[in-house]
Design a protein around this ligand. Structure first.
Ligand code: TYM
Length: 337
């Protein structure tokens, strides 16, 4: 059986440089490397996206999001499948079955839930349950590799736990994705990626950050992105060192440089280690990000909506076939069929 690599990005608002470097670009690089031997599933988690307010029209956002992968260099072929989650009803159906084996305790421990809801009673149930939907997204297709940023690792571990629990209780049904440690290795990294907020580098760069210079959007003009990087918070040590605990701002810039240029972090550290020039490093990173955005934004124009809709038509056909077969197996195992 061919292995599957799978990922998705919510489309409730525009993508940040964090989404791009943490998930989109790693997926594109893996797909280009492995799509001759693996299935590659790139799906739009549109049902996930409505857990928070949606900017713009969700149907157009779905189309646009796929253009982002193509503009980032994805080479399309018949082993790469594009689909929208809401067009494959099995995702919602498997979620229900998995809900019945997930425990309240493990769900309440999800950091993303705590952060997104502040654990308020008024927060919606979708925010609480979305890790189970994510598990369904992965398990329906037997995905082994799920390239995501570090903030999603807890959900991968939950997916593994739910798959193992189901298999133990009802018999071998699901492929268990590899551990987050192995996911990181598969991405060719030493640790998970967590791009930081430029103004408050102890936090991750997030779509919802309010600070004007906190995040870079992929739609930012390259000049604006340069300004944001030049105003990034650093520290008062005055010496460039890669150390996220003590020097998150500088380490974030080094990490961005490494990912944008696809050069090992060790090389970037070697270039800059112990140099005192924070301003020089910022200029270097700003230039790399400026080039990235200029190239990326030009390429985004190259793809028509019709082309993406054709990719969805093929992909959704495929996805429904695979997902329905797995769902049927699950229903048989729990005696619903
Ligand atoms: P979402 O939409 O919040 O984020 C999309 C992807 O971007 C990564 N990411 C980051 N990586 C590094 N640094 C950052 N600052 C940063 N911000 C975001 C996220 O880790 C993610 O990989 N539940 C998921 C979407 C999803 C999914 C799935 C992913 C639903 N089902 C199945 C994989 C497989 C989410 O909300 O990601």
């Amino acid at each position: 059986m061919k292995k599957t690599i799978l990922t998705g990005l919510r489309i409730n608002s525009e993508f940040t440089l964090g989404n791009y470097l943490g998930a989109l670009l790693p997926m594109v690089r893996l797909a280009n490397k492995y799509s001759s031997e693996f299935n590659v599933n790139i799906f739009v988690p549109d049902l996930h996206s409505i857990i928070s307010p949606v900017e713009g029209d969700i149907k157009s956002n779905a189309i646009n999001s796929i253009k982002h992968y193509l503009a980032a260099g994805l080479e399309v072929n018949e082993n790469i499948h594009f689909y929208r989650q809401s067009r494959v009803p099995a995702h919602a159906e498997l979620t229900w079955v998995l809900n019945c084996i997930a425990s309240m305790g493990e769900m309440k421990r999800m950091t993303q839930y705590k952060e997104k809801s502040n654990e308020k009673d008024s927060s919606n149930v979708g925010i609480f349950d979305y890790p189970v939907l994510m598990a369904a997204d992965i398990l329906l297709y037997g995905a082994t590799f799920v390239p995501v940023g570090e903030d999603q690792f807890q959900h991968i571990e939950l997916t593994r736990n739910l798959a193992e629990r189901f298999n133990n209780r009802f018999g071998e049904t699901f492929v268990v994705p590899v551990s987050t440690k192995e996911q990181v290795e598969f991405m060719g990294l030493k640790e998970g990626i967590r791009i930081r907020d430029l103004s408050s580098p102890e936090k991750k760069m997030s779509k919802s950050a309010l600070g004007e210079n906190s995040k870079i959007l992929l739609s930012d003009s390259p000049e604006i992105a340069v300004k944001k990087i030049m105003s990034a918070t650093t520290d008062s040590f005055g010496e460039i060192k890669f150390d996220f605990k003590e020097r998150p701002g500088i380490s974030n810039l080094l990490q961005i440089a490494s990912l944008v240029q696809d050069r090992p972090i060790e090389e970037i550290i070697e270039d800059w280690n112990k140099k005192a020039q924070y301003g020089e490093l910022k200029k270097y990173v700003a230039k790399a990000v400026k080039n990235l955005l200029t190239d990326f934004q030009a390429k985004l124009m190259d793809y028509s909506d019709d082309y993406i809709l054709r990719l969805f038509a093929e992909g959704e056909n495929y996805a429904n076939r695979i997902a329905n077969a797995k769902l049927n197996d699950v229903y048989e195992k729990v005696s619903l069929r």
